[in-house]
Design a protein around this ligand. Structure first.
Ligand code: UDP
Length: 248
């Protein structure tokens, strides 16, 4: 895709979104910054953005192949993805297959308990308000999304969960939970946006049960980037490594 990257549009906690000379296309640069606890814990870990970008690109390609509408267009180079510009919906859509993290702290669930069917939780993406949990009435009253859009977001989320669980299982990984963000494209269609990476998913090694995701950082342990690199090695095919010229 032959587009020229222009100036910044928006900067998040771990990514920069840049405009391009095509008004429908943005470039997403994955930075090495990592945060936890609403930005209370912060660090910069060399190569984190590189690995997250190739992991996210691979997962978006797997999802697109399964018919999931996403914003992904291509990995321009490791660290930078080209994507359709979306009007983002400020909801963090969290899907849980196994109880871990905040759900165990806030409700009487047991760590490791399985959710069948999976549990979908929606949080308001707002640092100012501390990302409070939403329900349909609050979403509609705030005018964040319509009833039809919510239904579509739920349908796509369950499809993503099923595709992603199967794919990751085939690569030796368990998917306890993950967070998605959606937006509207220029025709108003709901598409998956943002990233899907060890920053936004819990991923456990199927053999050992050890976490290979941001929980390592949340716990203040070493080896975050090594774990992310391992995830990249587990999910990328030789053909991906070659066409993207990835160093793993
Ligand atoms: N998550 C995320 N961004 C957030 C909050 C959560 O990507 O702002 C992801 C998190 O990585 C995990 C899932 O959503 O895979 C569920 O997170 P949880 O609510 O358990 O939060 P935490 O354990 O981080 O407090």
């Amino acid at each position: 895709m032959d587009v020229k990257i222009d100036g910044p549009l928006y900067s998040g906690k771990a990514k920069d979104v840049l405009l391009t000379d095509d008004p429908e296309i943005v470039a997403v640069r994955f930075r090495d910054d990592i945060t936890a606890g609403d930005g209370e814990k912060k660090d910069t870990l060399e190569m984190k953005g590189y690995y997250n970008s190739v992991i996210s690109a691979k997962i978006f390609e797997v999802l697109e192949e399964a018919g999931v509408p996403t914003q992904y267009l291509e990995l321009r180079e490791p660290g930078c993805i080209l994507a359709r510009k979306l009007e983002m919906i400020p909801i963090e859509v969290i899907t849980r297959n196994i109880a871990a993290g905040s759900i165990v702290r806030r409700f009487p669930f047991t760590e490791g308990q399985e959710f069948v069917p999976p549990l979908i939780q929606m949080d308001y993406k707002s640092d100012e308000h501390g990302d409070p949990m939403l329900n349909d009435d609050i979403i509609l009253a705030l005018g964040i999304a319509t009833r039809d859009e919510l239904e579509e977001i739920r349908r796509i989320t369950l499809q993503i969960n099923s595709v992603l669980r199967d794919f990751l299982k085939s690569r030796g990984l368990i998917l306890p939970d993950f967070k998605l963000e959606f937006g509207r494209d220029s025709s108003g269609r709901i598409r998956l946006g943002d990233e899907v990476s060890p920053d936004t998913c819990r991923l456990w090694d199927m053999e050992t049960g050890e976490p290979l995701d941001k929980d390592i950082f949340r716990r203040g342990e070493e080896g975050v980037v090594g774990a992310y690199r391992r995830v990249a090695r587990m999910i990328l095919d030789d053909e991906d490594i070659e066409r993207w010229n990835v160093e793993l």
